[in-house]
Write a protein that binds this ligand. Structure first.
Ligand SMILES: *Cc1c(COP(=O)(O)O)cnc(C)c1O
Length: 387
């Protein structure tokens, strides 16, 4: 058993710890205000409903949206599924073409693959070496029968932030709905659904210091109104779009995590950018030919994805048990497939030698230097063995 104090958590893009302020806010909703938010005939239910309403308006306000445009789900995976299947099915008679990109999360790619099986056509836009799609490619791909464009706001592996406003404008110009997976962005960078021309947006609480198992789908109600075919039936909760008893404590925690995120993001991003830059400089100094994967400027401040030539990233990660970093997305780390994101940006070989380091609120300044040292030491050792 390792000493807990030796552990350093640098995998905030896989999940984040629950913030103490969030935990405190949630607590009474397990044991005191435990009513069913749909039971509006008694005060237990009314109190729970009111707590949900407050969280909903906090989240809506954070996005520049209206409260009734926020639908609670079990997380971003479910939100992505509702957006992709829900729009495809609802607008089926207007066309069966969808545009997404090669570096999307599997929660968007797998539903798209499923729709291809069912007779839809999907265009997977390529990305450049920074992980960016070309807006010209999007313009040439979009057609009369395109009903949905789904492009993530920021990539979970390399942190590249997409030109969302421009993508949304192109989609709208052609009458297609625009969905964006913002799981890595809510509570981290400013979002405005009107300014950014967003019709549907997925997010998740556990990526921004809230609890796991709760997320949301923003679904535009006006200018233009967007409808989705519900994917879960039974009871008509969430305006009939997502039935099921609401997880009140988790929703309350989600609201608080977004509120705290808005307060902290500016100064946190400044600190995180300094940390990730410092780690990169350290690795480059110690290991030489290390390269950064992703966009040099248009990226999430807390993300550092590095290519370390000559090392097998899986071996490095196994060596660094007490220092939590990732090969790519946590969802694909069970199999040995190289990251589809790095492969799309560069090649398979680079994907096999790249690691993701994501700093966050759980970290202290000293841990950054310590972790950088551990990573460079382990990489040097692996390289020495390989000789
Ligand atoms: C984490 C993540 C998801 C999945 O979110 P869950 O809430 O864990 O289902 C989807 N998309 C992106 C970009 C993510 O980072």
């Amino acid at each position: 058993m390792s000493d807990d104090q030796d552990r350093i958590y640098l995998d905030h893009q896989a999940t984040t710890p629950v913030d103490e302020r969030v935990m405190e806010t949630m607590q009474p909703y397990f044991t005191e205000t435990y009513g069913n938010a749909a039971s509006n005939d008694h005060l237990y239910g009314v109190d729970a409903h009111q707590a949900v309403d407050e969280a909903r308006s906090t989240i809506a306000e954070a996005l520049g949206a209206k409260s009734d445009e926020v639908i609670f789900t079990s997380g971003a995976t479910e939100s992505d599924n509702i957006a992709v299947f829900g729009v495809a099915e609802r607008y089926e008679n207007e066309g069966k073409h969808i545009i997404t990109c090669k570096t999307e999360h599997k929660a968007v790619l797998d539903p798209c693959k499923e729709l291809e099986e069912r007779g839809w056509e999907v265009t997977y836009l390529p990305v450049d070496e920074h992980g960016m799609i070309d807006l010209g490619d999007l313009r040439s791909a979009i057609r009369e029968d395109t009903t949905l464009v789904s492009i993530m706001m920021a990539n979970n592996e390399v942190g590249t932030i997409a030109p969302i406003q421009e993508i949304g404008a192109i989609a709208r110009e052609h009458g297609a709905k625009f969905h964006t997976d913002a799981a890595q962005c809510l509570g981290h960078i400013p979002i405005d659904v009107d300014e950014m021309n967003i019709d549907l947006m997925s997010a998740s609480a556990h990526k921004c210091y809230g609890p796991k198992g709760i997320g949301m789908l923003y679904c535009r109600r006006s200018r233009p109104r967007v409808d989705v075919e519900p994917q879960i039936h039974g009871g008509g909760h969430e305006r009939g779009l997502r039935s099921g008893t609401l997880n009140v404590p988790a929703i309350v925690g989600f609201g608080k995590s977004v509120e705290v995120g808005l307060e902290e993001m500016d100064k946190e991003n400044e600190r995180f950018r300094e940390w990730t830059d410092r780690m990169f400089d350290h690795l480059q100094e110690k290991l030489g030919d290390v390269k950064r994967n992703g966009h040099p400027e248009k990226r999430l401040a807390h993300n550092l994805n590095v290519y370390i030539p000559g090392i097998e990233s899986r071996a490095l990660i196994v060596d660094l048990k007490e220092t939590a970093i990732a090969t790519g997305s946590a969802c694909t780390s069970a199999d040995v497939e190289p990251s589809h994101v790095i492969t799309s940006m560069y090649d398979e070989q680079r994907a096999h030698s790249s690691v993701r380091i994501s700093v966050g609120r759980a970290n202290e300044e000293e841990q950054i230097n310590e972790a950088a040292q551990r990573i460079s030491d382990a990489a040097e050792q692996l390289r020495a063995f390989a000789l």
